[in-house]
Design a protein around this ligand. Structure first.
Ligand SMILES: NC(=O)c1ccc[n+]([C@@H]2O[C@H](COP(=O)([O-])OP(=O)(O)OC[C@H]3O[C@@H](n4cnc5c(N)ncnc54)[C@H](O)[C@@H]3O)[C@@H](O)[C@H]2O)c1
Length: 255
């Protein structure tokens, strides 16, 4: 279903493409894994939460999972190596794992800042370092990094989160330049407010109504709205799009 309630038709755009999705136990990552599977991809879902095993089993018997904390360098390398060997290579990676918190700058323990950067940016670098060599070997590939509308706008209390997502945009631009010669595209996605636990747990109903009113489409994003953008960027149809930060914000952010 898309956010308007219309059924999504599988097109086979990604038949047999081996793809990793991080932070896939729940929320947006889980929906991305499901949509990629619907499009014919072979998917391995990575998450530190063991629930990822149940999520993979629910999606499809063709979908597998690995429990891994992406902040741990050695475990991340081994998990990606194992996944690529199991799937016979790697076409794509969706760097979706992330955390959110809202704390004003003057009250923020510096450990909270460090943790935000560690999960939202450093883990992405570890995944790219481990995964890109398989794409270079294959002669092409796709990397999609989960950013946020906060990278471009943001609200009070999101200093660390917004900075981490802006860093994702910068990392994406540079990775696109470095990996372009290997026919690997690297893009980021900037969702607005998406209806997941991360979204619902951090805003009250009044704030949800306020955010809904900011979209000319009059609704918030569903995880599938984001997953559909991932399917497109992952496909052959997006082969000349790289270094971009694509808004999926229902028109809340247009720059
Ligand atoms: N929900 C929103 O409104 C929204 C908006 C814009 C961007 N995003 C981004 O989308 C992504 C997914 O968001 P969501 O709403 O689905 O969040 P979520 O909290 O529901 O899911 C995040 C997943 O990442 C996993 N994860 C966190 N740290 C990890 C680590 N160190 N190693 C492995 N896995 C780890 C969690 O276990 C969880 O399954 C995040 O990067 C988030 O910043 C979300």
């Amino acid at each position: 279903m898309n956010g308007d309630g219309n059924p999504l038709m599988a097109t086979g755009l990604l038949d047999d493409r081996p793809i990793l999705v991080t932070g896939a136990a729940r929320g947006i990552g889980c929906s991305i894994a499901e949509r990629l599977c619907q499009e014919g991809a072979n998917v391995i879902m990575l998450d530190r939460d063991p629930e990822v095993k149940d999520s993979a089993a629910t999606i499809s018997s063709a979908c597998e999972s690995i429990v891994v904390d992406l902040c741990d360098e050695e475990s991340t390398k081994s998990a990606i190596q194992a996944a690529a060997e199991k799937m016979g290579g790697l076409w794509g990676v969706v760097n979706n794992a992330g955390i959110f918190a809202k704390t004003p700058l003057l009250e923020m323990p510096i450990a909270e800042w460090d943790r935000m950067m560690e999960v939202n940016v450093r883990s992405m670098v570890l995944v790219i370092q481990a995964a890109a060599p398989f794409m270079i070997q294959a002669g092409a590939g796709r990397i999609i990094n989960q950013s946020s509308m906060a990278a471009k706008l943001g609200t009070p209390g999101e200093g660390h989160y917004a900075a981490s997502k802006a860093a994702v945009g910068a990392l994406t631009r540079i990775a696109a330049q470095e990996l372009g010669p290997h026919k690997i595209t690297v893009n980021s996605i900037c969702p607005g407010y998406v209806l997941t636990e991360m979204g619902a747990d951090t805003r009250d109903p009044v704030q949800v109504a306020e955010w809904t009113a900011k979209s000319p489409l009059g609704r918030l994003a569903t995880p599938d709205d984001v997953a559909n953008a991932v399917v497109f960027l992952m496909s052959d149809q997006a082969s000349y799009i790289t270094g971009e930060a694509l808004n999926v914000s229902g028109g809340m952010c247009t720059s």
